[in-house]
Design a protein around this ligand. Sequence first.
Ligand SMILES: *[C@@H]1O[C@H](CO)[C@@H](O)[C@H](O)[C@H]1NC(C)=O
Ligand SMILES: *[C@@H]1O[C@H](CO)[C@@H](O)[C@H](O)[C@H]1NC(C)=O
Ligand SMILES: *[C@@H]1O[C@H](CO)[C@@H](O)[C@H](O)[C@H]1NC(C)=O
Ligand SMILES: *[C@@H]1O[C@H](CO)[C@@H](O)[C@H](O)[C@H]1NC(C)=O
Length: 178
Amino acid sequence: MARISYRLLPLPIFVLVVSLLFYQSAGLNSEGQYLLDIKSRIGDTYNHLSNWNPNDSTPCGWKGVDCTSDYNPVVWCLDLSSMNLSGSLSPSLGGLAKLPVELARLSCLTALNIANNRISGPFPDQIGNLSSLSLLIAYSNNITGPLPATLGNLKRLRTFRAGQNLISGSFTFGDWWM
Ligand SMILES: *[C@@H]1O[C@H](CO)[C@@H](O)[C@H](O)[C@H]1NC(C)=O
Ligand SMILES: *[C@@H]1O[C@H](CO)[C@@H](O)[C@H](O)[C@H]1NC(C)=O
Ligand SMILES: *[C@@H]1O[C@H](CO)[C@@H](O)[C@H](O)[C@H]1NC(C)=O
Ligand SMILES: *[C@@H]1O[C@H](CO)[C@@H](O)[C@H](O)[C@H]1NC(C)=O
């Protein structure tokens, strides 16, 4: 590849080239940072999440993380089931719904599976931000209730399994009960 002589470039082009260079080496995207925050509150005795590397630019190669295959991939599925995880669910979970409005994407987190771990504490209110979520599997943990009212915001939720937990109270979910 030909070497670019920066001194010969007009200033706007120079700025563009330099910012592209920086953009390429920019760190982990925001979804990755939310996931690292989720991990920071989780005990992972068996190191299942050891390849969640902050040096990656996206979390798409991380264990349990599935991304769309777009040019700008987003996390659509998070499967942390049966990993002996403990700790509590971070409010950062809600960040996995944050998408640049201008892209008007439909795809974002649609499936979350944390079943069969030792997760404790309540569901964070921010789970109600995951507006594309259609599958939420959380059975066999130590999640405490009551369920946050924001769960009612999940209009696309089709499957919700949270048995074998310490959830108290009942909750109306659109037209069905849990
Ligand atoms: C991330 O990059 C830094 C600097 O290159 C390096 O010291 C560190 O070991 C890397 N971390 C991982 C988990 O690869
Ligand atoms: C979970 O923990 C048990 C012991 O408590 C261990 O035998 C088992 O291999 C672990 N499973 C996973 C998937 O980490
Ligand atoms: C839930 O917590 C209780 C008491 O703290 C413990 O005995 C039980 O093993 C835990 N269950 C799970 C699935 O972690
Ligand atoms: C995320 O959820 C919190 C708590 O329910 C709420 O206050 C906040 O407005 C939500 N953010 C977005 C972007 O929906």
